[in-house]
Design a protein around this ligand. Structure first.
Ligand code: UTP
Length: 475
């Protein structure tokens, strides 16, 4: 290893890594050296001082006010006309190839407890299609409908890139053109022990973790994806998370409204179901839009009510955005982007004194991540559009319970059942109103209500659906 790198590591107070390095095989040294070369050693001491050795104090601005939003459905005839214009523009932009979908799939998905990239998790209730397949088929349907090839960018991490790419190749990209699907890799951050020392996970490796979905914008730049988007004529990025199969992969209304309003970064919002619901809160501070995490939101503000009893800070974030490509170019122009870090205490396995892996029982390290929503205050123009929760947001964080694969499947069934009823098909319902059958419509055929009506007109359901049936429609 070059002396210069050694000096930088020592100067960052991480000399224990050099001691370890000097004791391992040449092969292990080569891998470690590659990891060392990627770390910003000069930035590390401040991160350790501010986020690890002391608990970062989140300074909550004193001037928070609720963020305005476009209601959905529209409340006035003016808004109705605006939305019609926006949806038509969005359709046109998609058809012109000016919109790309972007899925952030670099997370570790620890809560789901699934071995493999989260996108390879089987989510649909009947055919057990994976999250990636569900999105791929939606993208194929939108491409078919708009006569274009909707580009799809998938952000992976170093840890799951190969497995993700192999999965798509083994499944022939689920019928998409492989030129349409682009993988790019986000940056990593080392896990830092509570004593401020980086953790050695194995003879040949530090403990590394993806640097958070805030890493997306810089990763777009560094990977060349941003230049590629420009070359392909992509102007708008439809951003969503891999664990939300209900999200529209490219929503004409949302994209069109973003473009019409000249927004740089736009967000969907959901009305919160209770003051402390675990969603980020859209607020205005210093004239800019910001998201305040639910855990940081002052109790008084979270519980503040309007005269009509509704929540003053109503807007929760489901992490669905449209981002202008030029905004990403502007933010990352000099090859850097400094977003605030967020601290999470984790149990990180480490190499013990006897050279075996130790799995700690309690958190022993800090992982720092940046979040995409922290780029909102950097935008001079933003808009927020309300969304109907049961139509666009089914987060799959856990295996069972709240925000789980179970609850997401139930939501997929309810949305498909509602679309079938809209198409005039009778769906059995239980006393509590939920669907008394397990139903699944293929997103390869149906991505919205219009598609559903059209599909079932051309493909009538000849055998009525009985209570308890398990049925799928469309391939
Ligand atoms: P989460 O915050 O739910 O994290 O990510 P996670 O890593 O998937 O799951 P847990 O917390 O370990 O259980 C929200 C979205 O952001 C992506 C995830 O893949 C998911 O789509 N993400 C998260 C990244 O792409 N990179 C990251 O570094 C973190």
């Amino acid at each position: 290893m070059q002396n210069e790198l050694r000096s930088r590591i020592s100067a960052a107070g991480q000399g224990h890594l050099l001691t370890h390095y000097d004791q391992v095989s040449a092969e292990a040294q080569a891998k470690l050296e590659r990891q060392f070369a990627d770390i910003n050693w000069e930035a590390l001491p401040a991160i350790i001082a501010d986020y690890v050795l002391k608990r970062p104090e989140t300074a909550i601005p004193a001037d928070l006010t609720p963020a305005p939003f476009f209601p959905f459905p529209p409340k006035t005839t003016e808004d109705k006309a605006l939305y019609e214009k926006a949806a038509a523009l969005g359709e046109k932009l998609i058809a012109e190839g000016k919109v790309a979908s972007l899925t952030v799939a670099g997370g570790q998905g620890t809560r789901l407890g699934f071995d493999g990239p989260k996108g390879t998790y089987p989510i649909t209730p009947v055919l057990h299609k994976t999250l990636f397949q569900y999105f791929a088929e939606s993208i194929a349907r939108i491409s078919e409908r708009s006569g274009t090839k909707l580009h799809w960018y998938i952000m992976c991490s170093e840890l799951n890139f190969k497995a993700t790419k192999d999965f798509f190749e083994a499944n022939q990209f689920f019928g998409l053109d492989n030129q349409q699907v682009h993988f790019f890799v986000q940056g990593t951050m080392p896990a830092i022990g509570l004593d401020g020392k980086l953790i050695i996970a194995a003879e040949d490796s530090l403990a590394l973790a993806p640097n958070g979905h805030g890493g997306t914008l810089l990763a777009l730049r560094n990977s060349g994806a941003l230049d590629e988007m420009k070359a392909n004529g992509v102007e708008y990025i439809s951003y969503f998370q891999v664990d939300n199969p209900l999200v529209p992969v490219a929503d004409p209304l949302f994209v069109g409204l973003h473009a019409l309003e000249g927004s740089q970064m736009s967000s969907r919002m959901l009305p919160k179901t209770c003051p402390t619901e675990k969603l980020g809160n859209f607020c205005i501070t210093g004239g800019r839009l910001a998201v305040i995490e639910y855990s940081d939101m002052p109790y008084e503000l979270a519980n503040r009510r309007n005269a009509d009893g509704s929540l003053a800070f109503l807007s929760g974030s489901p992490a669905i955005h449209v981002i202008s490509r030029t905004f990403v170019e502007q933010l990352t122009a000099d090859g850097t982007l400094s977003l605030p870090w967020h601290r999470a205490d984790k149990k990180v396995p480490y190499l013990g004194a006897d050279r075996t892996t130790v799995k700690p029982e309690t958190p022993n390290a800090v992982k720092v991540e940046s979040f995409i929503f922290d780029s909102l205050p950097l935008a001079s123009k933003t808009i927020i559009l309300e969304g109907a929760r049961k139509e666009i947001f089914g987060p799959t964080k856990n295996a069972t319970g709240v925000d789980s694969a179970e609850s997401c499947r139930a939501m997929l069934i309810e949305r498909d059942a509602r679309r079938m009823e809209l198409a005039g098909i009778k769906v059995p319902r239980k006393a509590d109103g939920t669907t008394d059958a397990i139903l699944e419509i293929s997103p390869r055929r149906v991505v919205d209500d219009c598609d559903a009506v059209e599909f079932f007109k051309n493909n009538p359901v000849l055998t009525p659906i009985q209570a308890g049936d398990i049925r799928s429609f469309g391939k």
